[in-house]
Design a protein around this ligand. Structure first.
Ligand code: CMP
Length: 140
């Protein structure tokens, strides 16, 4: 059974480039309902914990620097088949490989500064939503 929630962050590159509005427009036009959202900035500890799965990768330090260098928009999104449909909407990790019309193809810079995050499984969506939002911040 697939879940109906996913977690996203509009990353510091896309915020700095003025793409919050166009990206939210694409998300809602694709049928996702925003049930929680905040404009915030990750601490180094937040970023290290959120991306702990990548801590042995050579790009981990660069990833933490990037994700903490400016504000992000974090949100919980609701739709049937949310995780899979959202990953289709954002496109491949590397924007050079992302399909035409996807968010990363339109707004990402490169594989590191790739504009947007989307949870990769229902289990991780639940963990990531809980990492960023408490129960009373979520409107359902
Ligand atoms: P995302 O897939 O949302 O989560 C892991 C992030 O690590 C990824 O987006 C990129 O921001 C970053 N990343 C992945 N691969 C590389 C890479 N080869 N070099 C630098 N950063 C990367």
């Amino acid at each position: 059974m697939t879940g109906n929630k996913t977690f996203t962050m509009i990353k510091p590159d896309a915020v700095d480039n003025g793409y919050i509005g166009p990206i939210l427009e694409k998300i809602t036009a694709a049928g996702f309902k925003i049930i929680a959202m905040k404009f915030t900035q990750l601490s180094r500890r937040d970023a290290q914990e959120f991306y702990a799965i990548h801590k042995e990768r050579p790009f981990f330090g660069e990833l933490v620097d990037f994700m903490t260098r400016g504000p992000i928009v974090a949100a919980i999104l609701e739709k049937d088949n949310a995780v899979e449909d959202f990953r289709a909407l954002i496109g491949a990790t590397n924007p050079a490989e992302a399909a035409e019309g996807t968010i990363r193809k339109m707004y990402a810079t490169d594989i590191a500064e790739n504009a947007i995050h989307g949870s990769d499984s229902d289990d991780n969506a639940a963990i990531e939503c809980a990492f960023h939002f408490s129960g009373r911040e979520i409107f359902s």
